[in-house]
Write a protein that binds this ligand. Structure first.
Ligand code: Y43
Ligand code: MG
Length: 201
């Protein structure tokens, strides 16, 4: 079977991607599946687009294979768009999901529900050696909860109510999350690219 490499070390993202790629005959591999030691690509960009391209190009240059990278994060309106591109390292460089979401809740203390609007953003960069790169962006609008709820998913899922839902993303099944998520919407925009390369199941 054909393979596509996702330039990520985030296992939560890979759970989403495995489901999102299931309609296609392609095996998805993360950097954690590749035996070789690949360098950590520093996310020095100031936008999701820049960082997604840095990660995809960095790995595609080394492997000389097609690579997809995902740069994503949470924008909270009452925090001026923070944590944004700093979502993974919001509470420190050790990238701890629980500390990160606790910091968002703490910074939103006293803010009323209707002012807790937020969105998840996902930018995907597809880089194929010798070809023009492709960028897509998906957005999932919602609101930040008052407490963490639910055990599924990863990252900020336990504190995010998607618009129109009264459960957090972490209270939804993986399949339910994948119907509405920012990652799903960014993947949807890659449909034509995917269809030209991979047979559908
Ligand atoms: O569906 C999601 N549900 C909950 N949280 C999410 C989601 N999507 C992104 N997020 C959060 C996790 C992390 O705090 C940041 C992504 O940061 P980002 O740099 O793109 O990923 P990462 O460093 O964890 O892995 P990598 O760069 O190896 O792909 O946004
Ligand atoms: Mg990262």
């Amino acid at each position: 079977m054909k393979e596509i490499i996702i330039a990520t070390k985030n296992q939560g993202k890979m759970v989403d991607f495995k489901k999102l790629f299931a309609p296609y005959q392609v095996e998805v591999k993360s950097l954690l599946d590749l035996g070789e030691t690949l360098p950590d690509i520093e996310e020095t960009g100031s936008t999701f687009e820049e960082n997604a391209l840095l990660k995809a190009k960095g790995i595609a240059d080394i492997l000389q294979l097609p690579v997809i990278a995902d740069d994503s994060g949470l924008e909270v309106d009452a925090l001026g768009g923070d944590p944004g591109v700093y979502s993974a390292r919001y509470a420190g460089l050790e990238k701890n999901d629980e500390k990160n979401l606790e910091k968002v809740l703490k910074n939103l203390q006293g803010i009323e529900n209707d002012k807790r609007t937020a969105r998840f953003i996902c930018v995907l960069a597809v880089v194929e050696p010798g070809k023009k790169e492709v960028l897509t962006k998906g957005i999932c609008e919602g609101r930040i909860s008052n407490n963490p709820r639910g055990e599924n998913g990863f990252g900020y899922d336990p504190i995010f109510f998607p618009i129109g839902k009264d459960v957090t993303l972490a209270e939804m099944s993986g399949d339910e999350k994948n119907k509405i998520s920012h990652r799903r919407q960014a993947m949807h925009q890659l449909k034509d690219w995917l269809k030209t390369r991979y047979e559908e199941r």
